[in-house]
Write a protein that binds this ligand. Structure first.
Ligand code: TYM
Length: 337
């Protein structure tokens, strides 16, 4: 658990939904930074099950996926001795603060959210109020911990902006209560695209599994998916996101797996075509994922240990969450004995 000297460190909060299989975009957009930042910051990382139920979930599967995700965070390098790792629903203050912040959020603000518009289209039969106020719950996650920084992929930028606005608004209406958080978005890997439709983001809700590289995929599966990735016309390996989105996406994955810059990749494959490039990307990505998958499979077997980590994490998270909520309730004028 957090060491004492973490008190002076700036704070990070981030989360992932246990709503589908975790893929390489989650790793590059978020978890890699979680790991990089865990020594310098006081970190809270959460599995956001309250968010996940804005889309219908099968109960047994949701339970399993929640623990899968905890094991996967650790397999990716999140260290429960350095960070607070917890399940969102174990800390009731998230839902309590969300209610308060709902009363500070305009209908128009929520209806402008791209994720709400996308999900409403995907789930026309279940456009529920929870889906609508989803970003307000996300703001509560962040503001409860007085987070300085929120490491996320590019798709969460708009939600972060709302969190900042709500913090400002509440602080202005009452007095300084919340820290105003900043997004932390990586230079490379903030938006990994589908291997099958490179103009669409890789997504756990994509029905075409060939478009995503899951962190549990075998080496053979990864190699086959990358080799079959849709590429663009021409044959030159060049980073051009507008005219060559398929190759640009593979170059991002290659850069993440090998550490080579785009310039270096272009020069290494100068005069060679996609035919030479794709197998190299496939092998590099498969080698990058293999140790994560192996570690995950071994960690996932020990549910007792995972539950112990998550129980301690929730206890620790509640201490901070309770402090902020009490402050909020007091400012609002709720009677406190
Ligand atoms: P979620 O569960 O959809 O995704 C988790 C994280 O992964 C990033 N991500 C990607 N990054 C790059 N390329 C992709 N294709 C890709 N797909 C997903 C997301 O940007 C995100 O950082 N609303 C959040 C969960 C959340 C949260 C929070 C995050 C709830 N409360 C508080 C931060 C702080 C979400 O749906 O993430």
């Amino acid at each position: 658990m957090q060491e004492n000297n973490t008190e002076l460190k700036p704070i990070i909060l981030s989360g992932i939904q246990p709503s589908g299989q975790i893929h390489i975009g989650h790793l590059t957009g978020a978890i890699r930074n979680w790991v990089d930042l865990q020594d310098k910051y006081k970190c809270y990382y959460t599995i956001v099950d309250l968010h996940a139920i804005t889309v219908r979930q099968e109960p047994a599967e949701l339970r399993r996926r929640t623990l899968d995700l905890a094991a996967m965070f650790i397999a990716c390098g999140v260290d429960p001795d350095k960070c607070t790792l917890f399940i969102q629903s174990h800390v009731p203050e998230h839902a309590q603060l969300a209610w308060v912040l709902n009363t500070f959020t305009g209908m128009g603000e929520c209806s402008r959210m791209t994720q709400f518009k996308d999900k409403s289209e995907q789930h026309e039969d279940n456009i529920n109020v929870g889906l609508f106020t989803y970003p307000v719950l996300m703001a509560s996650d962040i503001l409860l911990y007085q987070a300085d920084l929120v490491p996320v992929g590019e798709d969460q930028k708009q939600h972060l902006e709302l969190s900042r606005n709500l913090a400002h608004r509440f602080n202005h209406y009452y007095s300084d209560t919340f820290k105003v958080p900043n997004p932390f978005i990586p230079q490379v890997g903030a938006r990994i695209m589908s291997l099958q439709e490179p103009t669409k983001k890789m997504s756990k809700s994509d029905e075409n599994e060939k478009g995503s590289i899951f962190l549990t995929d075998s080496t053979e599966q990864i190699i086959s998916k990358v080799k079959r990735a849709v590429t663009d016309s021409g044959s030159e390996v060049r980073y051009d996101i507008v005219n060559k989105p398929g190759i640009a996406n593979l170059m991002s994955l290659y850069q993440i797996a090998t550490g080579f810059s785009y310039k270096q990749i272009e020069s290494d494959f100068d005069g060679l075509g996609y035919g030479e490039f794709k197998p190299k990307v496939a092998k590099a990505v498969a080698d990058y994922i293999a140790p994560i998958r192996e570690s995950y499979l071994s960690l996932r077997k020990d549910e007792t240990k995972l539950k112990e980590i998550l129980t301690k994490g929730a206890e620790n998270a509640r201490k901070q969450a309770f402090k902020t909520l009490r402050k909020v309730y007091k400012k609002i004028g709720f009677v406190q004995f």
